[in-house]
Design a binder for this molecule. Structure first.
Ligand code: AHR
Length: 638
């Protein structure tokens, strides 16, 4: 059969933001995940102040009191007061980390804490231990000053351990106060102290995402307004950021029984910095005065909405304002005098009714007047909400929203049937942001929710997403942003699956879905071109889906062909309006032996792309799209 690629036909630009990532602190994505802090509950601010900590003691050797400074320290009121009456290091504390701590042989770790000595003389030792409590590295620490001060020490791990912990042992006679007890590996992303986990950021960077949407998701909304995400509480010195309970604590907790909090070590400054590091546009989503409808559904009083709008204005100042402005100055003090060049902002996450529209309109009025340069993202929430989705669309179509965020967590069949979803969509009005999507396979027969964590990221789901993504690409004039969700998940602490990337304390793995995203994002191109067979777009007739772009700078044709059938399909690609450059073209193929195949931390390369050279004639290129495969064919052209 022939596939015709009209390189000289009508084209539309592919937005540089087309393929991006959606970051939410769900599944231990931030604390216990990409934020490389190893100490859980480092400032004793969890609801139960000793959560994550245990005393290590001989009877009578010491004790610990948690002190709460209610005045003057609203962000971080608690600290530990430790009394030691042990001559030989027999009183101390153990920290269990986030499902243990991962240590790597030969790697050094930066330990730090705030402390003041309040009586006598106490000396201490930080000990890294394995899962049985056997030491694998130690360093002496002390705190002698009467005033609060930051103390630091470096310790090296002698062995690799996946689920270790630390002990902080004291000897002598006396007392001290401690706070912000912290341990970071030295191999963080860009070696930034107190930074992010290198392997996880690298996986994100390899996607070359056009944008990073943050900080969620439902955590933008919070279970109630008191626990909503407030960006101002996430910037400044880490010890001055106000910890709150994570919205994903407990309720959906298969494996996070009550110990999921947000320390905000990864806060808005770090999100902007991450976006900049990986060349992506930052897209912050702000609370619009509504808590999560899944929970309390609380809304802010009309007269209070102004404060939420002010937060949005101040955020623009924080990101883009001169360093002489209040918030611009804070950005500079945090180490980034240059603006972050914020261009996009989202108002609300998945709000469902007229309350949302009224609030969104108030944001729009102010933001479009004061900051017409910022593109506004509004939301119609989950496609599965049916009438609500349609209602919100009817209200937003005539609005000044630049993009409307649609979410779909649907079975693979839905994705296969909906690849032409946007072919006939209204072109007047806001553009589309497919802000959260993932194909959810049914629980495989004979399996339970507790099966292998990575178990729902099957090749079947990834292939269906690839088919659907050809439809997003074909409609790139309308669909200007898209992101899979959720992004990250700890195998021992997830609340939602499937997810794009799985990790434990030491390792990480891209799912088949990750490689689909990577293939599309790394072969984005600059303009769409039409690809037809028998004069029709390939939208699943006989199980074949296709879309194509060209990269005008690199002079490459980038054709994506998804074969969802069990038979290989051979095509002759006929080029119209371009001549293939002599030499070879390439075909990257992503496929699997079985639709149920998955990648796991133990077997990370079951479904990964393989590249082959193919011959290109001047105007004809022969390809074969194997059974159940995604193929990206790159043809240099003249
Ligand atoms: O991605 C998980 C959740 O799905 C998000 O927090 C929310 O926006 C949606 O309901």
């Amino acid at each position: 059969q022939t596939m015709t690629l009209k390189v000289n036909g009508p084209q539309s630009e592919v937005s540089p933001t087309m393929w991006g990532i959606f970051f939410e602190d769900i599944n231990f994505s931030a604390d216990g995940g990409i934020y490389a802090e190893l100490i859980k509950n480092r400032s004793f601010e969890f609801t139960e102040p000793m959560m994550g900590w245990k005393e290590v003691k001989k009877e009578g050797a010491g004790n610990i009191l948690i002190v709460n400074r209610e005045t003057g320290h609203t962000a971080n009121p608690r600290y530990a007061h430790i009394t030691v009456t042990a001559d030989k290091g027999s009183y101390g504390l153990f920290n269990e980390g986030f499902r243990g701590m991962g240590f790597k042989k030969g790697l050094s770790y930066n330990f730090s804490f705030l402390a003041r000595s309040t009586a006598g003389k106490v000396s201490g030792k930080l000990v890294l231990v394995d899962d049985k409590g056997t030491p694998i590295g130690a360093v002496a620490v002390s705190a002698e000053d009467k005033a609060w001060k930051k103390y630091t020490a470096t310790v090296t791990a002698e062995r690799t351990v996946a689920k270790g912990g630390v002990q902080l042992l004291f000897s002598g006679t006396g007392a001290l106060d401690m706070d912000m007890v912290s341990l970071f590996p030295q191999d963080t992303w860009k070696q930034r102290p107190g930074g992010l986990r290198n392997d996880l950021v690298q996986l994100l960077a390899d996607l070359h995402p056009g944008f990073v949407r943050f900080p969620g998701g439902c955590i933008v909304e919070g279970r109630d307004l008191a626990n909503r995400y407030q960006w101002k509480k996430t910037v400044g010195k880490p010890e001055d950021r106000t910890l709150i309970v994570n919205r994903w604590n407990t309720e959906f907790a298969h494996r996070a029984p009550g110990d999921y909090f947000q320390s905000y070590g990864l806060g808005f400054f770090e999100y902007f910095q991450l976006s900049e590091d990986i060349g992506a546009e930052p897209l912050p989503i702000l609370n619009c005065g509504m808590a999560c409808q899944f929970n309390t559904g609380e809304v802010a009083a009309d007269e209070d909405v102004e404060a939420y709008i002010q937060d949005a204005l101040d955020l623009i100042e924080f990101a883009n304002g001169a360093t002489t402005t209040e918030w611009g100055q804070l950005r500079a003090e945090m180490g980034h005098p240059a603006p972050f060049n914020l261009k996009l902002m989202g108002v609300g996450n998945e709000q469902w009714d007229s309350q949302y529209i009224a609030r969104y309109q108030r944001f729009e009025e102010v933001l479009k007047t004061k900051h017409p340069e910022i593109k506004l993202v509004s939301s119609v929430g989950p496609f599965s909400s049916g009438e609500r989705f349609d209602y919100l669309w009817s209200k937003l179509k005539p609005s000044k929203a630049d993009l409307v965020d649609e979410h779909y967590y649907m079975p693979p069949e839905w994705f296969l049937k909906n690849s032409a979803r946007y072919d006939k969509y209204e072109r007047k009005g806001p553009k589309i942001f497919a802000g959260e999507y993932a194909a959810h396979v049914k629980v495989p027969q004979g399996k339970k929710e507790t099966d292998t964590a990575e178990g729902r990221n099957t090749w079947e789901s990834a292939l269906a997403e690839a088919a659907f993504m050809t439809g997003l690409e074909r409609n790139a004039d309308l669909v200007q942003m898209a992101s899979y969700a959720p992004l990250l998940a700890h195998v021992d602490a997830w609340q939602w699956r499937p997810d794009l990337i799985w990790f434990d304390n030491l390792r990480s793995v891209g799912t088949p879905n990750y490689y689909v995203q990577r293939l599309f994002a790394n072969n984005k191109g600059t303009h769409t071109v039409s690809v037809t067979s028998g004069n029709r777009a390939l939208t699943g007739q006989e199980g074949i889906y296709a879309s194509a772009t060209i990269d005008k700078q690199a002079r490459k044709i980038l054709l994506k062909v998804v074969n969802t059938t069990d038979k290989a399909a051979a095509y002759t690609i006929a080029l119209e309006g371009a001549v293939a450059a002599t030499g070879t073209a390439t075909q990257e193929v992503l496929t699997a032996k079985a639709k149920s195949d998955i990648n796991t931390l133990d077997a990370p390369s079951v479904v990964i792309p393989v590249t082959a050279q193919i011959k290109a004639g001047k105007n004809k290129v022969a390809i074969t799209a194997g059974a159940n495969s995604l193929n990206v064919i790159t043809i240099p052209y003249k």
